[in-house]
Design a protein around this ligand. Sequence first.
Ligand code: UD1
Ligand code: MG
Length: 464
Amino acid sequence: MKRIGVILLAAGQGVRMKSGLPKVLHPLAGKPLFLHTLETALRIEPSAIAVIIGHGAEALRRAYSHGDVNWVIQEKQLGTGHAVLCAKEGFRDFQGDVVVLSGDVPLIREQTLKMMINIHRERKASLTLMTASLDVATGYGRILRDARGKIAGVVEERDATGAQKRIREVNAGVYVASPQFLFSALEQVKNHNQQGEYYLPDVVAIGLTREKEIATVHVDDPREMMGVNTREELAAMEKLFQERINRKWMDAGVTLKDPETTYIEEEVTIGKDTVIGPNSHLRGRTVIGERCQIDGSAYLTDTELDDDVHLLFSVVITSSRIASGAIVGPFAHLRPGTSLGRNVHIGNFVEVKQATIGDGTKANHLTYLGDVTIGRETNIGAGTITCNYDGFNKYRTSIGDRVQVGSDSTLVAPISLGDDVYVATATTVRHDVPAGALVFNERREAVREGWTERKRKKMKGSKS
Ligand code: UD1
Ligand code: MG
């Protein structure tokens, strides 16, 4: 069987993005643009894969550290043709076909690539390129055809005449080629064009003069070949991508109340009968169980929700685990390292981090729980603060089962409260408290009758 090689072009800066970040590192659905294409390329199981890098080379390598690709440096970005030529060494003796992909064309599908390879082989072509017809073709290379409809060349927009600019059939930037033809044709490519670059699509005209078979594959859904060259195109692509992901989850039995404002990244998984409200962002490796309810305005990153969790309106949750039956929000912030047991309630204006909270425990109002372990069925009163930081170090707080922490209490860590402890309202606790004890601060409470009236009179009298 003939082998398949892949060359992925990702060295450009992407000037039209007007960005400090190389274009192919801009995230799409939370993942760098070029990684989408690279992962698709890997799914066709190539026996060799070269990624051409230049701008942000180190950052690209870091973005994909699995190691099974060959990174090839293109020192100066002299054009797409020059970029492919940089991979020549690795493919000199390659027996098979080479697929050339652009790192800024992320929606291309595995099936389409396989289909292109098949057509390329059936037609015994030297080069096969993907084309599509666009209503607005701005920015793309146009496909030139002769009177009989055979491909006659590709002209870049900047080099095109007025009439050529009206052509709607465009070059998708996806090719299958015989490496022998590809590299020998590339040696012949000149940079005599508006941009002074070595254009990869120029190999089409060279092939034709050599009477090689040049095939085209027209994709019906042009969305698949959309390239990202500007921020506007990136936003349009993000929307397309999101529609694709949202459709997948709705098909799998998830209700999205407002798919338009639901942003689900690619690696997220969601169980069936979960209902997700508007303006929800599910990011990173977030895992949502079945029958969960996410009311809306939720921003979840790398977070695991078991079945039947209810997130009330407006929560920010990062790197946390929430067991089933728990209720969180509205307006709660769970920071990394939070683990909530079954049926835990975390209410409004509560911040939690590095915390393990036992089954049935509640902290419903205005509280900070940081670096803490709390047992089961404990109640944390409104305005409780774990004082975990002395300006130098962080210390842990440990609270047992069935503890009642009165409102407005401060627990100065390191500290441990045993099971069944009662903390009286407005207590500052500085020392460990044994199980079953009451802890309170001795403070005298005084009442002065008639004080307000006397005060008001005095203040009035002092006004001139
Ligand atoms: C390219 C095609 C155009 C096609 C379009 C489809 C050329 C000359 N034009 O145009 O016909 O319609 O794609 O999206 O090929 N790159 C390098 N090294 C370089 C230059 C570019 O690695 O020296 C990489 C870029 O990082 C990018 C890809 O090649 O991932 C395409 O380059 P880009 O500048 O976006 O080409 P387009 O103008 O979009
Ligand atoms: Mg492009």
